[in-house]
Design a protein around this ligand. Structure first.
Ligand code: C5P
Length: 241
């Protein structure tokens, strides 16, 4: 995969003007744009089509978690909208993921389009082992084992991959196979500020571990010259191929 297509720029802004300005500025160097709750809920679904019109692919990061029928319907909407990727919570269960996968494929078939890639979110990286035990009442599994088990379940349910921490890439690829996609935030080039990310990996380290897509926000959007920052990351990836 081209370095440009591995970078997923987090459009963590709250207006379509700011988002489209970033896409316009970076489209030569960044192939995929992540639209999360902040931008989607401020700008509305048409922001997906607008980014597409500028030539960017879109990862809709809304982490669906509901009954199978509702998530299946949301999957059809994502397909019609032209999302390149979207995600659901593995905690919603296997049946929910299977229904989403089924509905997406059906809708894509009807429309004659490529189905969006479906990703599962396993355990959020903000959840600690202690929270897992005390708040979610999971006492017999480590966070790592739960991540692995849920990744396997997601694969069996027809998901194309997972969103995970770079530290989890190797174990997921080992258990689910190298074709099972990993999309990782927590990426910091050596020259960038770490901000609030605590455990992070450089883009080339994530690629060396077998990672597919890298979600990067502030190292690019917060740089004095975002284009230059994106070009530097691409160079690093190409030099370490
Ligand atoms: O600016 P930064 O590169 O830290 O942005 C990372 C993006 O990935 C943000 O949109 C953030 O919400 C998201 N994310 C994350 N860590 C996770 C899951 C998602 O940073 N574990």
């Amino acid at each position: 995969m081209e370095a440009r297509d591995r970078i997923v720029l987090a459009l963590d802004v709250d207006s379509s003007e700011k988002a489209l300005q970033l896409v316009d500025e970076l489209k030569e160097h960044v192939g995929v744009y992540k639209i999360g709750m902040q931008l989607y809920n401020s700008a509305g679904p048409s922001i997906v089509q607008k980014v597409n019109e500028l030539g960017g692919k879109v990862f809709v990061d809304l982490k669906f978690h509901d009954i199978p029928n509702t998530v299946g319907a949301a999957g059809r909407v994502m397909t019609r909208l032209g999302a390149f990727m979207f995600n659901v919570h593995a905690a919603g269960g296997k049946e929910m993921m299977m229904k989403a996968s089924e509905e997406v494929k059906k809708e894509a078939g009807l429309l004659g389009v490529t189905p969006p890639k479906m990703l599962a979110v396993t355990v959020l990286t903000s959840i600690s082992q202690q929270q897992l035990q005390e708040e979610m009442y999971v006492s017999d599994l480590s966070v790592g084992d739960l991540v692995k088990n849920w990744a396997l379940m997601a694969k069996e349910a027809g998901m194309d991959g997972v969103v995970c921490s770079p530290q989890e890439i190797e174990v997921i690829k080992r258990s689910c196979g190298s074709d099972f996609l990993t999309v990782t935030p927590g990426i910091r080039p050596a020259w960038a500020a770490t901000n609030d990310q605590k455990r992070f990996t450089t883009p080339s380290q994530a690629m060396a571990m077998g990672g597919d897509y890298m979600v990067i926000g502030r190292p690019i959007t917060g740089a004095a010259d975002p284009r230059e920052a994106a070009i530097k990351i691409i160079k690093e990836l190409e030099e370490n191929k």
